[in-house]
Design a protein around this ligand. Structure first.
Ligand code: GDP
Ligand code: MN
Length: 383
């Protein structure tokens, strides 16, 4: 789950990092009231879940009330890379002397945590990595020993952080590691991390991605649920606890296990169709889970056929058969269903589905054949 900048900054503050003072505002009037409490000059920052807001005109200074009224009005409603601005973050303006970059993230290739630090912040890190890769200092972090003050001091020296900012940056790096590690984040990024004219080191921007798998131990994350960022199908799936990703196609896909769900999407594509979603119902495939899955897919107007691909392992085929049969009674579906059921006790499961005698439900013995039929039913030319 991605956090808005203001939520990221609140998280940083909880871990002891210095951030500018600010307030959220969702109207020009609220922005003016906030600035009255914070004191001018202020920075008006669009709260959208995308980067490059500065370049897009979503980050602007305002010296007084008249300018703030104009700036806040211009940013509210602005479309930044397809994200419409509904909320502003009004912040006490900082006098910037230098801009740095700092982050912790997961290096999936190295299967290790990675810290990156650069004395050349402000621009996008991808751009910096292309134009001047040597300007980014990298260090893997052993999860058992963590990131220490000594690691921070070494990185700060290696990155060539200005003398005046070294202690401040090193101390923030250690706090940022704790925020990443104890805070269960997949990414914490500060760009820019600044040295102010007054000699303070402050996190001027915040990008935080939380690890959704750790949500069970963070009841406080409920406040963050940025559900408005999801489309209605993903919101419904989230509410029902399903692993769901919405796609643009016409074949609804239900499979047990993430690997099988991905393969199912691939096969649909391979035979000339387009998956409407990725949906992993996990190992159980109980009637309730199956009904929930069908319900989410039924709300998708683009779906013209549904492909249920279940391979019984520990789950027995007759339970899957019963689950699908029961789910079909609970959920109204316009789209026809193609089922491929295999694995443990598949025969029994198929017999249960056969017994339904439903013209809307067809079975195919293999994944490929079932995919072809589902694509055909969706009205796409099957290969
Ligand atoms: P992003 O473009 O979405 O990454 O938004 P940032 O929060 O990083 O802001 C973009 C740029 O605006 C920063 O790199 C700064 O140069 C500038 N900026 C943001 N806040 C302030 C501020 O308080 N004072 C000044 N002078 N510039 C700021
Ligand atoms: Mn930034």
């Amino acid at each position: 789950m991605d956090l808005y900048e203001y939520q990221g900054k609140a998280t940083f503050a909880r871990f002891g990092m210095p951030v500018p003072q600010g307030e959220v505002a969702d109207s020009v009037e609220a922005a003016v009231a906030a600035a009255g409490r914070l004191g001018y000059p202020v920075v008006v920052k669009a709260q959208v879940l995308t980067g490059g807001r500065g370049k897009a005109g979503g980050v602007r200074l305002a010296a007084g009330e008249a300018e703030l009224t104009e700036v806040a009005g211009a940013i509210l409603g602005l479309d930044i890379k397809g994200h419409v601005v509904h909320r502003l973050w009004i912040e006490q303006a900082s006098a910037i002397a230098r801009e740095y970059y700092a982050s912790f993230t997961l290096d999936r290739t190295a299967k290790d945590h990675l810290c990156m630090l650069s004395a050349r912040g402000g621009m996008e890190i991808e751009e910096l990595a292309e134009t001047d890769p040597a300007a980014i200092v990298r260090r893997h972090v052993d999860p058992l020993t963590g990131f220490t003050a000594a690691d921070a001091a070494a990185m700060v020296a290696e990155a060539g952080i200005d003398e005046a900012a070294r202690d401040g940056v090193a101390s923030i790096l250690v706090d940022l590691w704790r925020c990443y590690d104890e805070g269960d984040a997949d990414l914490v990024e500060i760009n820019p991390l600044i040295l102010t004219d007054g000699g303070r080191v402050v996190a001027l921007d915040a990008k935080v991605t939380l690890d959704d798998s750790a949500a069970f131990r963070h009841p406080e994350w409920a406040d963050y649920a940025n559900l408005e960022a999801l489309d209605h199908r993903e919101r419904l799936a989230r509410e029902k606890g399903l692993q769901y990703v919405g796609l643009d196609g016409t074949v609804g896909v239900i499979a047990n296990g993430a690997g099988l769900a991905m393969s199912t999407c691939d096969v649909v594509q391979q035979v000339g169709g387009s998956p409407a979603n990725f949906l992993d119902i996990g190992g159980g495939a109980s009637a309730e889970v199956m009904a929930n899955a069908l319900q989410v897919i039924a709300t998708d107007e683009r779906v013209r056929s549904i492909f249920v691909n279940v391979f019984g392992g520990i789950t027995r085929g007759e339970e899957v058969g019963k689950g699908i049969a029961q789910a079909l009674q609970e959920v109204h579906l316009d789209a026809p269903i193609v089922v491929r059921l295999d694995g443990t006790n598949a025969e029994e499961g198929r017999a249960i589905l056969e017994g339904l005698g439903s013209a809307r439900l067809e079975q195919r013995p293999t994944m490929l054949e079932a995919a072809r039929r589902a694509v055909e039913l969706a009205g796409e030319a099957a290969r």
